[in-house]
Every structure is written in structure tokens, then in C-alpha cells.
Design a protein. Structure first.
Ligand SMILES: [Zn+2]
Length: 296
């Protein structure tokens, strides 16, 4: 009844860890810098984050990681921006703590958190798009978190289109059209080299029609991706998170919804809703806790 888990959200700059209950409520949490000097230092940092919160009520530990994960073996295959390459993560952690351990990609756990404790409550099937510096995705299908790849940022929305961001060598993927990085590029074309995505959103909020138009154009591209994913998964609820997605929501979503309703099959399109994420920066921690409870 009084059981708790520890959820750990590992980011490129900080480790956010907290005690979480079955409803996804955070009892207390702490934040420490992410050790980036070596894999060993990073794993030690995670150990310390868990031990600092552990008490007799803790029955499992969950991790949200910026990593590609093989769920069958609990192994990390590689990570973005942190020194956490190949490692048998689940075995190492469950041996160390003597507790069941769950792990998943950070975007997947954020989607699960929104489904259980945020904007997706009450919708058995929902998709989440995280629009920040990158574009992440997560899917909850019939109440269960889809534990495989949900790389919505890398679906093709334009044949032979823009080169993708970062290490991705694809072209025309959703990501280079809809992130904060994409918005900064457009802002600089319109308002000069000092402009960025924050300024673009601020100008739109202040009534600038050019800025509103630019965000609507980004929203249009986003809606094309949303429609395709809704057609695949039969989802009629889409949650938008991430720094840029949440800040620009008001200007992105009307255009996204318009094109998504056109491109989605009737069954999804008629009832499609796109809503703003509610859990903010705590989504990863909460979701990591909730996948840990699923292991108990
Ligand atoms: Zn890509």
C-alpha cells in the first residue's frame, strides 16, 4: 500500500531522481549534475542518485535514458550526448540494488507519464511528440506503453527533403522541420542573426503576423507527421511536449490540426485532439517511476 519506487531521469546536464507513488505523485526529488568524464563515473552518479533516496518502502527502480535500448536483454546500445555506450544496464543495476529495474528511452517514459498522470489521462491510445532541440516520440496503445522504437522525428514527411539533424543521415524527416532548432533557423531568416525560436514565439504572442505565419508553417509540417502516425496507430489523442512544442503550442497546433484532419483517415481524423503536455520537466522522472511499478 505504502510502496514507492525511485524514478531516474538521466539528461545530458543533470540527473533528476525522485520517490514516486503508484499514482505518479512525486514525494521528493533531487537533482545532481550528470558526470560526463567516463562511463564508470556516470554509472556511479546514477548509483548515488538512487541510494540517496532509497528507504524501506522502495520496491523497484526505473530509468529514463537518452539511449537506444534492447528491451529483451536490458542492454544499452548507444546514447546521445552522454558517455553511456554498450552496457548491460538492467543486470548491473538490479544486482547493485537487489531490486527489479526497468529502463526505457526518455521520450517513451515521458509519454507514459502523460498517459497515466498528465494530459493523456482517460485516453487508452495516445501519441506524444516532444518538440525540443530534437523531435522525440512515444506511444501508449490500449493502456500499455509501446516499449519499442517510436522515433516519430524520423518519419519521412517530404520525399528527398531537408537533411535531418544531428547524426541522422536521412532526408525529409519530420525532425528538421519542427524542432526549436528549425524554428531558430526560420527566425534568423526573418528577423536577423540574433533571433531564435524563443524570440519567434514571443513575437507571435505579441501579435507579429510574420512570426505567427512562420509558426503556422511549422505546425503544418508537424500536422502531416501527426496524421501519418494516427493512421498507423489509430490514436485520436496527440500530446505535444518539449520546450519549443509547449511554448509555441498556441501557434503551431491550429495549422497542425487542420492538415492532420485532412490527411488522417476519418476514424481518427474526426475525433482527433492535440493537447499540450502537463507534466513539464517532471515527465521523465514520473514515467521512469511508473515503468518501475510495472515490474513489481
Ligand atoms: Zn532523421
Amino acid at each position: 500500500m505504502d510502496e514507492r519506487v525511485i524514478g531516474v531521469d538521466l539528461g545530458g546536464t543533470k540527473i533528476l531522481a525522485g520517490l514516486v507513488d503508484r499514482n505518479g505523485e512525486i514525494e521528493r526529488h533531487r537533482e545532481t549534475p550528470t558526470p560526463l568524464t567516463s562511463k564508470e563515473d556516470l554509472l556511479r552518479g546514477l548509483d548515488d542518485a538512487v541510494q540517496a533516496l532509497r528507504d524501506e518502502r522502495v520496491v523497484a527502480v526505473g530509468f529514463g535514458l537518452p539511449s537506444q535500448i534492447d528491451q529483451r536483454t536490458g542492454t544499452i546500445r548507444g546514447s546521445v550526448n552522454i558517455p553511456l555506450g554498450e552496457v548491460s544496464f538492467r543486470d548491473r543495476m538490479s544486482e547493485r540494488f537487489g531490486l527489479p529495474v526497468a529502463l526505457d528511452n526518455d521520450a517513451n517514459v515521458a509519454a507514459y507519464a502523460e498517459h497515466r498522470a498528465g494530459a493523456g489521462r482517460g485516453s487508452p491510445t495516445m501519441l506524444m511528440f516532444t518538440l525540443g532541440t530534437g523531435c522525440g516520440g512515444g506511444a501508449v496503445l490500449d493502456g500499455s506503453l509501446y516499449r519499442g522504437w517510436a522515433e516519430f522525428g524520423h518519419i519521412v514527411i517530404e520525399a528527398d527533403g531537408l537533411p535531418c539533424q544531428g547524426f541522422c543521415h536521412g532526408r525529409g524527416h519530420l525532425e528538421p522541420y519542427v524542432t526549436g532548432v528549425a524554428a531558430t533557423k526560420i527566425a534568423q531568416e526573418l528577423f536577423g542573426p540574433a533571433a531564435d525560436s524563443h524570440r519567434l514565439v514571443r513575437l507571435a504572442n505579441e501579435g507579429d503576423l510574420e512570426a505567427r505565419g512562420a509558426l503556422a508553417a511549422i505546425g503544418h509540417k508537424f500536422g502531416i507527421g501527426v496524421a501519418s502516425m494516427c493512421n498507423v496507430f489509430g490514436a485520436d489523442l496527440v500530446v505535444v511536449g518539449g520546450g519549443f512544442g509547449v511554448a509555441g503550442f498556441e501557434w503551431l497546433v491550429p495549422a497542425a490540426l487542420e492538415v492532420a484532419k485532412r490527411d488522417a483517415l476519418d476514424a481518427a481524423g474526426e475525433t482527433l485532439r492535440i493537447v499540450r503536455a502537463e507534466l513539464g520537466t517532471m515527465a521523465g522522472l514520473i514515467g521512469a517511476g511508473l515503468i518501475a511499478f510495472d515490474e513489481v
